[in-house]
Design a protein. Structure first.
Length: 159
């Protein structure tokens, strides 16, 4: 298995510990990271900066419960545009604020989109925006036994 790499070279064990720690808690301070990897804070800050500049760390965010802010219904829409409407459907999907994630996929459907909604009536309104240009199949999410997460980092092995 190959190790992660970036323009300044391959990631070493310290980079991997920094990444794993920040994935677990994006609010970890530079001082905490430095203690964990047994380096100075300026050294760790420089490593984090290089990881950001290389596009490996792409941002930091808070995880928010949609249900706690009044959006108790989560759904997946499978969307198959009618011929000639791919770009229009992509734009419609981008313009619907309730859609929080969307991927273009292979198979019978072209898009797989996730939405967080207040009600079934709101779900119907979202579907009504799409159906003039695409066929949809909707699945209401009952529970999520695996919450969204990153896959494990590749192990630090020789090439």
């Amino acid at each position: 298995m190959k190790r992660l790499g970036y323009e300044n070279g391959k990631l070493d064990e310290i980079d991997e510990i920094i990444l794993t720690t920040l994935i677990e808690n994006g609010r970890t301070t530079t001082a905490e990271l430095a203690r964990k990897v047994k380096l100075s804070s300026p050294s760790v800050a420089e490593r984090v900066k290089r990881l950001e500049e290389a596009g490996i760390i792409t941002g930091y965010s808070a995880s928010v419960s949609a249900e706690a802010i009044g959006l108790p219904i989560a759904v997946w829409f499978r969307i198959r545009p009618v011929p000639g409407q791919m770009q229009r459907v992509a734009q419609i999907i981008q313009d619907i604020p309730q859609i929080t994630q969307c991927d273009r996929v292979t198979g019978e459907d072209c898009f797989l989109a996730r939405a967080n909604l207040q009600s079934i009536a709101e779900m119907e309104r979202v579907i009504d925006l799409i159906v003039p240009y695409a066929m949809t199949n909707t699945s209401i999410i009952q529970s999520s036994p695996v919450e969204r997460r990153l896959p494990p980092l590749p192990t630090n092995q020789n090439d």
